[in-house]
Design a protein around this ligand. Structure first.
Ligand code: XLS
Ligand code: NI
Ligand code: NI
Length: 443
């Protein structure tokens, strides 16, 4: 991928990040992520389709509820919103091409600052989308997914699609339409809905039935508009149980799958699962991925991790190898992601104030996934894991187990077999043996 540098070089201390292999001591080099290496029949780059998140990498300056940002971005200094947007995009493509990441993701308002009117914001967005198109063509980097920020502005304090005020829903529709247009114009592989404030803070004043029906209506309109205007990518819902609201309607994978099926959206929508959101829902990430995979809806991942000692979305970079191995086992068994990729929805810590820290963070995240993929593939091919798992269900491969699975038995017939066989023999689940297998193959 050719490195793209604009009028200013924003990361002069970094060149294209090379792959140097596991023995390398170079901090700014990949030890495990080797884009062209083939694992389980596919190049690493194609397994992952890694993406940089515009909001964290180029907008998030480190503010938290107790203090302002700690980092001042050199690309945010121009006098006009239009120039700032261009400078930011130059910085983004320099970063993306030096890192060799094939994709990026954005919210409409990561690209441009919101104007005073819809028309002004729209004009800014169109201008920057044209610029992004040039940059994409020059570099080969592409848009993984686009989305609309329908949660930050105070007008959305009671939600966007689920707002009790129809005027707010209409305003959100205007923003949504432009964000879908931008995604189509840039050839985005997906379009994401994260329901930032689509939920409630108290049931005392909330008509949940009406609000969730409005949400379904909004998504249906988006689907119809996108499909009518040439969007062939995947629509994605990103579950999160809470934060900023007390309860979000897209609570977790199982909730969202039920919702999509109930509202006739299951053919066009899949899930974008985020590790830290799984944690907040009280699930392991591999649980969320497995639930989605079982429904044929494992679309895309937002890679990060939470802090086990903090109860919010800390969005740290993913560095937990054993967790990522368990995730990669689900991914490989499912045959990969459907339509999406792996977006680093992760931010450096507030105290990581050098621009270089962003490179270290992404390199660590990509290496974690690469290493985990190789280990998971090794486990599936060169260990007893799959055979042991299959053997647990062997009694359903023949005899009354197979007849039961096929639906060939009535309850009376199955009960009669149960009466005849009597007390079943005890079979160990052998969980520790499975856990040891994972440890054995981490090398
Ligand atoms: C916030 C979400 C958000 C989505 C995109 O918790 O993860 O960043 O990924 O709107
Ligand atoms: Ni996310
Ligand atoms: Ni999140």
């Amino acid at each position: 991928m050719p490195v793209l540098i604009g009028d200013t070089e924003y990361f002069p201390d970094v060149g294209p990040v090379p792959y140097e292999g596991p023995d390398s001591d170079t901090p700014l080099a990949f030890k495990h992520y080797d884009a062209d290496r083939v694992v389980a029949g596919r190049r690493m780059e194609d397994h992952f389709r890694f993406a940089v998140a515009y909001w964290h990498a180029f907008r998030q300056t480190g503010g938290d509820p107790f203090g302002p940002g700690t980092i001042s971005f050199p690309w945010d200094r121009a006098a006009t919103a239009e120039q700032r947007a261009r400078d930011r995009m130059d910085a983004a493509f320099e970063f993306i091409t030096k890192l060799g990441v094939p994709y990026y993701c954005f919210h409409d308002l990561d690209l441009v600052d919101e104007g005073d009117t819809r028309a002004e914001t729209r004009a800014r967005l169109r201008d920057i989308v044209a610029y992004a198109k040039e940059k994409q063509e020059a570099s080969g980097a592409r848009l993984l997914w686009g989305t609309a920020n329908l949660f930050s502005h105070p007008r959305y304090m009671n939600g966007a699609a689920t707002n009790p005020d129809a005027d707010v829903v209409a305003f959100a529709a205007s923003q949504l339409k432009d964000a879908i247009d931008a995604t189509i114009a840039l050839g985005g592989r997906g379009y994401v809905f994260w329901g930032g404030r689509e939920g409630y803070t108290t049931l005392l004043h909330t008509d949940t039935k009406r609000e969730t029906e409005h949400l379904a209506r909004f998504l249906t309109m988006a689907r119809d508009y996108g499909r009518a205007n040439g969007f062939e990518g995947v629509f994605l819902i990103e579950p999160k149980p809470m934060e900023p609201t007390k309860h979000q309607y897209d609570y977790d994978a199982a909730t969202v799958i039920g919702f999509l099926e109930r509202h006739g959206l299951a053919d066009d929508f899949k899930l974008n699962l985020e590790t830290n959101h799984a944690t907040l829902a009280g699930h392991a990430m591999e649980h969320e991925m497995q639930v989605a995979a079982d429904a044929g809806m494992l679309g895309s991942l937002d890679a990060n991790r939470g802090d086990p000692h903090n109860g919010w979305d800390t969005d740290q970079f993913p560095t937990d190898l054993t967790e990522t191995v368990r995730m990669m086992l689900v991914l490989l068994r499912a045959g990969g992601l459907q339509g999406g990729g792996i977006n680093f929805d992760a931010k450096v810590r507030r105290t990581s104030t050098d621009l270089l820290d962003r490179f270290h963070a992404h390199i660590g995240g990509m290496d974690t996934f690469a290493r985990a993929l190789v280990i998971a593939d090794d486990l599936l091919r060169n260990s007893d894991l799959e055979a042991m798992r299959a053997a647990r269900y062997a009694s359903f491969d023949a005899g009354h187990g197979a007849a039961f699975e096929a639906g060939d038995l009535t309850l009376e017939a199955l009960a009669e077999i149960g009466d005849r066989l009597g007390e079943p023999a005890q079979t160990s689940g052998r969980q520790e043996r499975y856990e040891n297998l994972i440890l054995q193959h981490i090398r």
